[in-house]
Design a protein around this ligand. Structure first.
Ligand SMILES: Cc1cc2nc3c(=O)[nH]c(=O)nc-3n(C[C@H](O)[C@H](O)[C@H](O)COP(=O)(O)O)c2cc1C
Length: 153
């Protein structure tokens, strides 16, 4: 059995929709060999990370950076997971009102330090809300889940 972990900070109705789209995408695949664990960045612990086989990170961009919640997550799990999770397949979704660059740079830098492996192109849902953001999140989560289930990642 493989475990896909979603670690998210979704403080607004739109970000909640994107998080739900990713959860539903994974659950609707009904993979026999895959379980989904979805926790907020504040709830997520090093045990969650150490027990997962792939991770999706989701954060809004606030003040040119990842949410404080996701940064707190990294602060808590960095050393407990540094040795044990090298190569962990990961994906990153950023909801940014205007930009997203600073968040992508910061998260990428930390994940490079952890030696996690990007399994999907980074998705930045940028600008005014668009309905297609949900489909983009669905596709990303489905791809990660199916790849994990099939043993591709
Ligand atoms: C305090 C605050 C700071 C923000 N800073 C940024 C920013 O630096 N870059 C950006 O692209 N969007 C920024 N935003 C917009 C948020 O990323 C966006 O509102 C958030 O992802 C939620 O998406 P929604 O407005 O569609 O619900 C900021 C929003 C708030 C409330």
């Amino acid at each position: 059995m493989k475990t896909l972990l979603i670690v998210s900070h979704a403080p607004s109705p739109n970000t909640l929709r994107l998080k739900s789209a990713m959860e539903q995408a994974v659950l609707s695949l009904a993979c026999d060999n895959l379980s989904l664990v979805s926790v907020t960045a504040f709830e997520a612990s090093s045990e969650h990370v150490n027990q997962c086989d792939a991770i999706i990170l989701f954060t809004p961009e606030n003040l040119g950076y990842m949410s404080g919640a996701l940064k707190d997550f990294f602060d808590r799990i960095y050393y407990p997971c540094l040795e044990s999770k090298q190569g962990l397949p990961m994906a990153l979704v950023v909801r940014a009102g205007h930009d997203g660059t600073g968040t992508v740079r910061a998260v990428t830098s930390i994940c490079n330090g952890l030696k996690w492996t990007l399994a999907q192109p980074i998705l930045v849902c940028k600008g005014d809300w668009q309905e297609e953001f949900e489909a983009q999140c669905t596709e990303l989560a489905s791809t990660i889940a199916a790849s994990l289930d099939c043993g591709i990642i």
